[in-house]
Design a protein around this ligand. Structure first.
Ligand SMILES: CC/C=C\C/C=C\CCC/C=C/CC(=O)SCCNC(=O)CCNC(=O)[C@H](O)C(C)(C)COP(=O)(O)OP(=O)(O)OC[C@H]1O[C@@H](n2cnc3c(N)ncnc32)[C@H](O)[C@@H]1OP(=O)(O)O
Length: 341
């Protein structure tokens, strides 16, 4: 078998991957007996893409490419989340220079993953919104585990517009009508719904089954001449990569302008302060009533959970420019946002 022969040549890799699998590493790489690299993403808490994480992913892809490993499976070490997409900390009040470097790194990683010469598959073992969905869609095959998890492009709900290259990728994967509906409405798909529109290729019972199904896909190439496979993939994917290569600066500038827009920042701050750990009023610099208002909405959401309509509260902060700041312990001030469960 072709893959077995390749594995023999690269058996030594198992002992050489340790440098990428130190305790500090956010990506654990293991090369299995068939010579398939399994990348377990393990950046707590939700594999969100920070600049450092993207750089590590970039190095990991180089490792797979440079060692002529035939195939790679991307999955998550966490039981409920595949990836939460962009790290909100990179998006909230970004420094222009850092953000542009961040986005350039993201473009680079995407081009490496999408244009990889090795076979790529994603074992999606948990939630996969926005950037998490893009990462999976950049692979050649997607298997998602059944359960209450969802996958999709929820950028508009965050005030963001997905980059053109991501839209093109989705349009080339599912039909244009489904793509437009999903992008504009921020629709999140259950595994069954995702399968129906071909956003994913298979549903699995659990993570082991998802990896086994990805391997079954990879095995199909045992019977195919490697150069024919690679050149066909490059012919199909090359034009999209070239297009981004020619427009990288415009793409970065466009996203930066979008990210610093006040409406996007309001959503970003709401996401950030929704976390009990980061909900620290002392972090707020200066007194912006709208910012305090949104932060309080996030605090109330944490306290009251499903009873409290956090997003509605945040929208009201924006609408009334922070003139009516909710106090979680004052029923009158939060009653418009309490639902009748
Ligand atoms: C090859 C290409 C590679 C990458 C491509 C990347 C990007 C491509 C560009 C496309 C554009 C994308 C735009 C985005 O990605 S914007 C980000 C969109 N993400 C979200 O909206 C997800 C928000 N999070 C959630 O919905 C849930 O957290 C999630 C379903 C993921 C998990 O839910 P769960 O109930 O299990 O956990 P939580 O309690 O919600 O969260 C746990 C802790 O994780 C923190 N968190 C969650 N999401 C993020 C995030 N995106 N960035 C940073 N931190 C995040 C959350 O605050 C909790 O923190 P603590 O309270 O534990 O401190």
């Amino acid at each position: 078998m072709l893959l077995r022969r390749v594995y023999k040549q690269h058996r030594w890799l198992a002992s050489h991957v340790k440098f990428l699998s130190t305790q500090k590493s956010s990506i654990d790489i293991k090369v299995d007996n068939d010579g398939i690299a399994i990348l377990n993403l393990q950046r707590p808490p939700v594999n969100s893409f920070s600049m450092d994480f993207l750089k590590e992913l970039s190095k990991s892809l180089d490792f797979v490419e440079n060692n002529k490993i035939t195939a790679m499976i991307l999955t998550s070490a966490f039981p409920r989340v595949f990836s939460a997409g962009l790290d909100i900390n990179e998006v909230y009040k970004p420094d222009a220079v850092r953000f542009k470097e961040f986005w350039t790194t993201l473009q680079e990683v995407w081009m490496k993953l999408f244009g990889a010469r090795f076979i790529t598959a994603a074992a999606i073992n948990g939630q996969s919104p926005a950037g998490g969905c893009l990462m999976a869609m950049s692979c050649e095959y997607r298997v998602m585990i059944k359960g209450t998890f969802t996958i999709g492009m929820n950028e508009t709900s965050l005030g963001l517009i997905a980059p053109t290259w991501f839209m093109e990728l989705v349009k080339n994967t599912i039909n244009v009508r489904d793509a437009e509906y999903a992008f504009t409405t921020s629709r999140m798909f259950t595994p069954e719904e995702a399968l129906k529109v071909r956003l994913i290729d298979e549903i699995a019972a659990d993570k082991d089954d998802a990896i086994a199904k990805c391997k079954r896909f990879i095995k199909k190439f045992d019977e195919i001449t490697p150069s024919a496979r690679i050149n066909t993939k490059m012919k199909l994917r090359g034009p999209a990569i070239k297009k981004l290569q020619n427009t990288r600066q415009e793409d970065t500038e466009e996203i930066y302008q979008l990210v610093i827009h006040p409406d996007t920042q309001k959503v970003a701050i709401f996401q950030l302060y929704s976390s009990p750990v980061s909900a620290n009023p002392a972090i707020i610099t200066g007194y912006d009533p709208m910012e305090v208002c949104i932060e309080n909405c996030a605090q109330c959401k944490k306290m009251l959970g499903a009873w409290f309509e956090g997003q509605l509260c945040a929208e009201s902060c924006i609408k009334y420019r922070g003139k009516m700041i909710p106090d979680c312990e004052n029923y009158a001030s939060i009653s418009p946002f309490l639902n009748k469960l």
